[in-house]
Design a protein around this ligand. Sequence first.
Ligand SMILES: NC(=O)c1ccc[n+]([C@@H]2O[C@H](COP(=O)([O-])OP(=O)(O)OC[C@H]3O[C@@H](n4cnc5c(N)ncnc54)[C@H](OP(=O)(O)O)[C@@H]3O)[C@@H](O)[C@H]2O)c1
Length: 339
Amino acid sequence: MTPSLDPASIRAIRIREPGEPEVLEPARIELPPLLPHEVRVRVRASGLNRADLLERRGGHVPQPGTPPGIPGLEYAGVVDAVGAACTLRDVGDPVMGIVGGGGYAEALHVSERETIRVPEGMDLVEAAAIPEAFLTAWDATFRQAGLAPGETLLIHAVGSGVGTAALQLARWAGARVIGTSRTADKLEEARELGLGCAVLTGDESTDWAAEVRAGSPDGRGVDVVLDLVGGGYASRTLETLAQGARWIVVGIPSGREARLDLRGLMMRRASIRGTMLRSRPSEEKAELARSFEDTVLNGFEEGALRPVIDRVFPSEETVEAHRYMESNRNFGKILLAWS
Ligand SMILES: NC(=O)c1ccc[n+]([C@@H]2O[C@H](COP(=O)([O-])OP(=O)(O)OC[C@H]3O[C@@H](n4cnc5c(N)ncnc54)[C@H](OP(=O)(O)O)[C@@H]3O)[C@@H](O)[C@H]2O)c1
């Protein structure tokens, strides 16, 4: 039997000081009092995200209300206690979700409306690979960029956690997908998830924008770009756009600054938009979670969608997990499991 939790002494992973992965260390934290609309979740697994690397290096302002120095933006686990005003969740319910921080912990408090039920029959560790990747991909690609059935989506870094989620969502919705990666093996793996056209990037001398256009219907270009790479690709990304295209910027590992031919943007009557999940107010996150549960969750239960997991590290090996993410070798998600 699992020993009961002591909210005054919860195992967590803390950033001792800004720096390399070695600054991550085990710690004990005390959970604040449970608010009436909150549930306590006993976490089975926490997902790793690129933002955790930035936070570890000191380049991130903590979100208000999150435990200081404890990274982590997503979790899956079981409801362990419910606040007095909760109506949606009960003790024992399997749930998953995103948080503004504090996800690297064996327990956390979260507003019950921000929790998402775990798909029927899914293992809790697997479920931890869903929230950040699928919520980000779905919100950016469909709710914001309005990808429609029959349209063509370009996903930069298609082998990433968000990329593999977007690829499956787009295929499920009846869209065509072109994906890029700097790694040929990742493109091969993405084909198994339904990638129609795979384009290898990374070598400055290859005109990958021409390959993307050639892969689109009649060479017209793409209708939506889910950009998980950013500035370094921007001038070529512009060349891939069809008339009226929507380009949504979600990640910027190749650089935050871009050189853009604005005339090219005008000629294509295209739009560029940026998005960020983490900094949204609680009510917006709750609306996103409720809507995701109503419209996307059945995709997992029908077998059209699945979490893509590269590796699961025990929480004691968080330092190795960060090193692994920094090596860019992962296809899909990296997780931390709490024993
Ligand atoms: N805005 C938001 O709310 C939000 C939410 C979640 C994630 N994100 C962002 O979305 C992106 C994907 O997140 P994730 O967790 O899915 O990441 P991930 O699984 O760790 O994958 C990131 C991939 O990006 C590619 N990459 C890294 N550095 C690059 C560079 N300098 N140039 C080109 N490609 C590079 C690599 O793929 P290849 O080896 O295949 O090239 C890498 O594996 C990240 O940038 C993350 O910060 C944003």
